[in-house]
Design a protein around this ligand. Structure first.
Ligand code: PRX
Length: 656
C-alpha cells in the first residue's frame, strides 16, 4: 500500500456537477504520457525485485516487453513480502462457503499452504514454464494453487468451473498442461457440481496430463485412478515445507487465460509477470484506494480475468484482506451477499451490472435488512452500467455515501484502464461513464480510418501506447495476436469496443463493436456459438446475434437452418441448446432460437449480422446502404423476406 491518501471520499460524489479531473490526476496523467518510461520506472520500484531492470520498455511493434532484464516472483509479492512484516498475522482471505462453512487464512497460513502446494507440484515434476490447468470452485485452494504455480515459475491456466468437459479439452489441448488441479465437487445452489467427474470425462482426450491433484471439498465418492490422481493432503498446515520462489524474467508468462474472440476458437491470452504485477499494483491503489484496514470483496469468479487481477494478484500484492465467497448470489436467500457484507464488515465491494440489476428486481427490502455501513467504496465491471442500476447501487447498497468506480478493462489489458481514481483524488462522477484513463493509459476514440473524433461522437476505442499490463501474446498464435489487436489501426491496440468522449473529457463505454457478445458480463464469440451449434447432426447452418436484455445486458439469439428433410421441433431446440451448454458452458444457452430457411449471408459467405440483429430485436434494418459488409441492398431485402421480417422477431415456430 502506498502513501497516497485521498481526502474524504464523500467529497468525491458530486454527480452531475461539471468538474474536470483534478489537478493532481491531470498532472500525473500528463507526466505519464509525456515520459512513460520515467513514470513506470518510478512505479515499478514499489514492488520487490530480485534484480532491477535494464530497460523499462522494449517496444517492437506489436510486442511490448516491460522491465527488461528485471527478475521477480509474483508469489513473493503476494505472500512472502507480507510474512516478513506484521501482516503475517493479518487476514489474507475470509472464505465463506455456500453452505455457511467458513475459513480464515492469515498471510502466514497462506504462506504455508502455498509452499505446501508448490512442493506437491514440484514432486509431480512440474518445473518453470510448464503449464498447469486449474479447474476448481471458489475455495481458497484456487488462489493457493495459482500462487504455488507462480512460486515455481509454472504457468497456470484457470478454467472456469462452470465450463464443460469439452471446454477443458480445448484449453488443455492448446496449452498441453501436464497437471490439472480439481476438486471432488463444488457447491452451487445447494447442489454438488461433480468437477472431478467432469475432468474424468475430459481426460481421455487430454494426453498431455500426467497427474491430477484433487482437493476435497464436497466429500462425495469419486473415482481416483491409481498413479495419476492424487489427493491434496489435508494436513497442509502441519507441513512446514519451504519452496524457494523462483526469480523469473519480467516477461516470463504468469498465466494463460482463454477468452472469446471473433473466431470459433477462444484465444489464450498470455500475461507476463513484471509488467502485469506493476500495473495491477498501482492501478489497485489508484482505483480502490486500498487501506490497511479495508475489507475488500470482489464477487467475480476467479475463473475470469477479474478474479485473477482483482481477487488474487492486485489485492494480495497489497497485503489486503479479501473476501472469497463460494456460491450463488441468491442462495439460500436473495440477501446472501448483503449478509456477507454485514458479517465481514466489507468496506470495498466490486461487482457487475448484471448482478446489480438482478438485485434491483428483487427490491430494496433485501439490502435494507442489513447493516452495510462498513461500505465506503463500490465498483462495477464487465459491461456498461445503465444509470438506473447505477443509482440503485449508489442508494440502496452504498447508502448514498460511497463513490462508485466504474472500471473499464479487458482480459487482454490485464488491469483496469479507465476508471475514477479515488486513490489519487476525488472526482465528480457521471453515472454510466467510466470517467478517465488511469495514469500511463493513452486511449482515444477514432473513426473507421483511425482519425480521432470530436467530443460527443461515437467511434472505436483504441489504446495508443503500450502499457505494462498488456498481454504478451496469444498463446502460440502470434498471427492472431497481430491480426486481432494491431492490424485494424496501425500502431495502436484495437479494443473491439465502441466509446464516446464527452465535452468534459469523460469516456463512455458503449459495448462491443465486433462479433463478441457480453451475456450477463460473460464474454462469448458469435462464431464460437455457431461452431458449437453446427456440430449438431441436424443443423446445416447457424447464425448468432445478441439482443439487448434488461437484465443480462445482452442475450443470445440463434438462427438455425436444418438439414434437408429434418423437421423442426421443440425437442430439437432443446437438444441444440443442451449441446451449446455442454460444449461451451451454461452461459451459452440461447435466450431464443429460430428455425429459418436460410441464414442471410453476403456473396463472400459472411453472415449479415445486422440483418439478424434487426430481426432479433424487432427493429427496422435502418439505412440499408450503410451496411458494413459488401451485401447489396437487394440481397438484404431478400434475406429479410426469407426470414419473414415484419418488424418483430419471428414467432418461435417460424419454422414453417
Ligand atoms: O466490452 C467491454 C466490456 O467487457 C469487455 C471485456 O470483457 P472481458 O475480457 O471478459 O473482461 C471483463 C472484465 C474486465 C470490454 O471489451 N466491459 C468491461 N468493463 C466495462 C465494459 N463495458 C463497459 N463498462 C465497463 N466498465
Amino acid at each position: 500500500m502506498d502513501d497516497i491518501r485521498a481526502p474524504d471520499r464523500a467529497s468525491s460524489i458530486s454527480t452531475g456537477v461539471r468538474v474536470w479531473p483534478s489537478k493532481r490526476y491531470a498532472k500525473m496523467h500528463r507526466d505519464s504520457i509525456e515520459d512513460p518510461e520515467a513514470f513506470w520506472d518510478q512505479q515499478a520500484r514499489k514492488l520487490e525485485w530480485q534484480k532491477t531492470w535494464d530497460h523499462v520498455l522494449e517496444w517492437k511493434e506489436p510486442y511490448g516487453r516491460w522491465f527488461v532484464g528485471g527478475k521477480l516472483n509474483a508469489c513473493h509479492q503476494c505472500v512472502d513480502r507480507h510474512v516478513h512484516t506484521w501482516r503475517r498475522s493479518k487476514v489474507a482471505i475470509y472464505w465463506e462457503g455456500e453452505n455457511g462453512e467458513t475459513r480464515v487464512l492469515s498471510y502466514s497460513t497462506l504462506f504455508r499452504e502455498v509452499n505446501h502446494f508448490a512442493h506437491m507440484l514440484l514432486s509431480l515434476g512440474v518445473t518453470k514454464g510448464d503449464r498447469v490447468a486449474l479447474y476448481l470452485p471458489m475455495i481458497p485452494e484456487l488462489p493457493v494453487a495459482m500462487l504455488a504455480c507462480a512460486r515455481i515459475g509454472a504457468v497456470h491456466t484457470v478454467i472456469f468451473s462452470g465450463f464443460s468437459a469439452q471446454a477443458i479439452c480445448g484449453r488443455i489441448g492448446d496449452t498441453r498442461a501436464k497437471v490439472i488441479v480439481t476438486s471432488d465437487g463444488g457447491l452451487r445452489r445447494g447442489k454438488i457440481v461433480p468437477l472431478k467427474d467432469i475432468v474424468d470425462q475430459a481426460l481421455p482426450a487430454c494426453p498431455s496430463v500426467e497427474n491430477v491433484i484433487v482437493v476435497r471439498r464436497t466429500g462425495q465418492a469419486i473415482h481416483m485412478r491409481e498413479g495419476r490422481d492424487h489427493w491434496l493432503s489435508k494436513d497442509m498446515t502441519g507441513a512446514h515445507v519451504f519452496v524457494e520462489p523462483v526469480a523469473v524474467e519480467s516477461s516470463h508468462p504468469l498465466y494463460v487465460l482463454y477468452t472469446s474472440g471473433t473466431t470459433g476458437k477462444p484465444k489464450g491470452i498470455v500475461h507476463g509477470t513484471g509488467g502485469y504485477m506493476v500495473f495491477n499494483y498501482v492501478a489497485y491503489q489508484w482505483v480502490f484506494d486500498i487501506r490497511e484496514e479495508s475489507v475488500y470483496w470482489c464477487t467475480a469468479d476467479v475463473g475470469w480475468v477479474t478474479g485473477h487481477s482483482q481477487i488474487v494478484y492486485a489485492p494480495l500484492s497489497h497485503g489486503a484482506a479479501v473476501v472469497l465467497y463460494e456460491g450463488a448470489p441468491d442462495y439460500p436467500a436473495v440477501d446472501r451477499w448483503w449478509d456477507i457484507i454485514e458479517k465481514y464488515g466489507v468496506s470495498i465491494f466490486y461487482t457487475s451490472p448484471t448482478a446489480i440489476r438482478m438485485f434491483m428486481r428483487h427490491g430494496e427490502k433485501w439490502p435494507a435488512r442489513h447493516d452495510m455501513s462498513s461500505l465506503n467504496l463500490l465498483g462495477s465491471v464487465g459491461e456498461p452500467i445503465n444509470p438506473e442500476a447505477w443509482y440503485w447501487y449508489f442508494r440502496h447498497i452504498g447508502g448514498e455515501r460511497c463513490p462508485i468506480v466504474d472500471t473499464w478493462w479487458q482480459t487482454e489489458t490485464g488491469g483496469i484502464m479507465i476508471s475514477p481514481t479515488p486513490g489519487i483524488d476525488p472526482l465528480a462522477l457521471k453515472p454510466g461513464s467510466a470517467t478517465f484513463p488511469l495514469p500511463g493509459v493513452d486511449v482515444a476514440v477514432v473513426d473507421a480510418r483511425g482519425n480521432e473524433l470530436e467530443a460527443g461522437e461515437t467511434g472505436y476505442l483504441i489504446i495508443r501506447k503500450p502499457w505494462p499490463g498488456m498481454l504478451l501474446d496469444v498463446y502460440e498464435d502470434p498471427a492472431r495476436y497481430r491480426e486481432a489487436y494491431w492490424s485494424r489501426f496501425p500502431g495502436s491496440y484495437y479494443t473491439g469496443d465502441f466509446a464516446m468522449r464527452d465535452e468534459d473529457g469523460y469516456f463512455w463505454l458503449l459495448g462491443r463493436a465486433d462479433e463478441v457478445l457480453k451475456v450477463a458480463g460473460h464474454r462469448l464469440g458469435t462464431a464460437e456459438i455457431e461452431d458449437a451449434a453446427i456440430a449438431h447432426p441436424a443443423v446445416a447452418e447457424a447464425g448468432v446475434t445478441g439482443r439487448p436484455d434488461e437484465l443480462k445486458g445482452e442475450t443470445i439469439v440463434l438462427f438455425v437452418t436444418l438439414k434437408e428433410g429434418i423437421p423442426p421441433s421443440d425437442a430439437l431446440k432443446k437438444e441444440i441448446a443442451d449441446l451449446l451448454r455442454e460444449t461451451i458452458g451454461p452461459v451459452a444457452a440461447p435466450g431464443e432460437m429460430y428455425f429459418v430457411d436460410s441464414i442471410p449471408k453476403t456473396r463472400s459467405g459472411k453472415i449479415m449480422r445486422r440483418v439478424l440483429k434487426a430481426v432479433a430485436s424487432g427493429k427496422d434494418i435502418g439505412d440499408l446502404t450503410t451496411l458494413e459488409d459488401e451485401a447489396s441492398v437487394e440481397e438484404v431485402r431478400n434475406a429479410l423476406a426469407r426470414l419473414g421480417h415484419t418488424g418483430a422477431p419471428p414467432p418461435a415456430d417460424s419454422s414453417h
